[in-house]
Design a binder for this molecule. Structure first.
Ligand code: PLP
Length: 459
């Protein structure tokens, strides 16, 4: 659609005049200087806009439509549940069949030491729940001062006040008086971003662990409740952890009685080629955050999974102090839960975890074959079906292009060629995290589009 046609179009005008979009240039959108794309359909790994253009979605929307678009099993399950019982709350012990069933399915898949799941609506609110429960846990243990939370730079844990504080991306802080007091950040565990170019990977890992130890000692272990981490980082650039990182971090946390909260919003339900990133990297978390893949985004639903040792304290706490004073109206929503049940059945039936494990390396190789020898490609990295290509002006010297210049141009060029890839924040990183049902032939289309886009933008 041309800009003129777009400006004269009624739906686009309603959009400009009424809807404040998330993570969007507010003024450009309101002025109509950037024609927004209105998506009207989806099927498998493809989406369609209202002008009939078709795109291969190599980022599964926001790495969430893991089962792919147009799954009638999920839509039908939601419709059936909405007809039967659209909603009743879960407060004061009330239950509904799909939420109870989904809780059982989630706990069957979670590591053995996990005990319960609390359902929310978004990754952000589930992280909010996890921080509150970590605080509650220490209050119940008579340690109310043990409340600071450590996260990492380049982490993404959401956009709420607490989850935005956990997030380690400058723009998410600078616009909003964040982080709140008591939220600390350690160095991003990405070898490419080591402080000193001469460091070996082993030295970098030692540096990360020493930094964490120093932070804990400086702040006082009795003031620190929890350490938050995505098993493999997502929005910060699709960054697998250095070899041995989680085992070393966990040793430090255990020594100081600090809880580990694994944010599995992206990595949960197969994205890394394992059911959870915690399984893949051997984490033994006290809390796990789940969302996105839980329903493949057919309905907003998240979960906070808590360990037996935390649950035991919560049990004791309610005997001593009464009901847990934490609840969202839509916790354990029946329609969301019905979507979750249908999604997890589909994940099993289609073998999506195995497909991520098999097709992930193929994707990484295909992208490497396409652009790996380009002089501006600094790194191609990833795990399972989350792979990033990072661009720099002079990779050997780590001289960056200005942030968010080249990456968005490449993703725009790919979009013109019919493939969605995501320009990730703070740098020039193009991310790929397609639906977990993607085939090798579809991967080849993605790799070809990247090759052409890089040629067009960087020569
Ligand atoms: N945690 C991680 C790792 C995420 O990637 C995200 C969103 O992308 C969130 C939390 C926040 O989830 P939501 O956007 O559903 O609030």
């Amino acid at each position: 659609m041309t800009l003129d046609a777009h400006l004269n179009d009624e739906l686009a005008a309603w959009d400009r005049d009424n809807l404040l979009h998330p993570t969007t240039h507010t003024a450009n959108h309101a002025r109509g200087s950037v024609p927004g794309r209105i998506i009207t359909g989806g099927d498998g790994v493809y989406i369609t806009d209202r002008d009939g253009n078709r795109f291969l979605d190599a980022f599964a929307a926001l790495y969430c439509v893991n089962a792919g678009y147009g799954r009638t099993e999920i839509a039908d399950a939601m419709s059936k549940q909405a007809h039967e019982l659209a909603y009743f709350h879960a407060f004061a012990g009330h239950g509904n069949t799909p939420a109870i069933t989904l809780a059982k399915m989630v706990m069957d898949r979670a590591p053995d030491h996990m005990a319960r799941v609390y359902f929310g609506l978004s990754g952000s609110d589930a992280n909010e729940t996890n921080v509150k429960l970590a605080w509650h846990y220490n209050i119940l243990r008579g340690k109310p001062e043990k409340r600071k939370i450590i996260s990492r730079w380049r982490a993404y844990h959401g956009s709420g006040l607490v989850s935005g504080s956990l997030t380690g991306l400058a723009a998410y802080h600078a616009q909003f008086h964040l982080p709140l007091d008591g939220f600390l950040h350690t160095h991003c565990p990405h070898y490419l971003r080591r402080p000193d170019l001469d460091m070996s990977e082993a030295q970098f890992l030692d540096f990360l662990i020493a930094e964490l130890e120093e932070m804990i000692t400086r702040e006082g272990p009795d003031t620190i409740a929890a350490f938050f981490g995505e098993p493999a980082m997502g929005t910060g650039g699709l960054i697998p952890p250095p070899e041995g990182y989680w085992a070393r971090v966990q040793q430090v946390l255990d020594r100081h009685d600090i809880l580990l909260i694994a944010d599995e919003v992206v990595t949960g339900f197969g994205r890394t080629g394992a059911m959870f990133g915690s399984d893949l990297y051997g984490l033994h978390p006290d809390f796990m955050t789940i969302a996105k893949g839980l329903t493949s985004a057919y309905a907003p639903l998240s979960g906070s999974i808590i360990s037996q040792r935390v649950f035991d304290v919560l049990m004791q706490g309610s005997d001593d102090f009464g009901a847990l004073a934490h609840g969202w109206t839509y916790s354990a929503h029946p329609v969301g839960a019905a979507a979750g049940i249908a999604t997890l059945k589909l994940v099993d039936r289609l073998g999506l975890v195995d497909n991520a494990r098999d097709t992930g390396p193929y994707l990484k190789q295909a992208l490497s074959d396409a652009v790996g020898d380009h002089p501006n490609v600094a790194e191609i990295r990833g795990v399972g079906l989350m792979v990033a290509v990072e661009f720099m002006d002079i990779p050997a010297a780590r001289t960056e292009f200005p942030a968010m210049t080249v990456g968005p141009k490449i993703s725009d060029a790919m979009m013109r060629a019919g493939v969605v890839a995501r320009a990730m924040p703070e740098g020039n990183i193009v991310g790929f995290a397609p639906p977990l049902c993607i085939t090798r032939d579809e991967v080849d289309i993605v790799a070809d589009a990247l090759r052409e886009a890089v040629r067009e933008v960087l020569g």
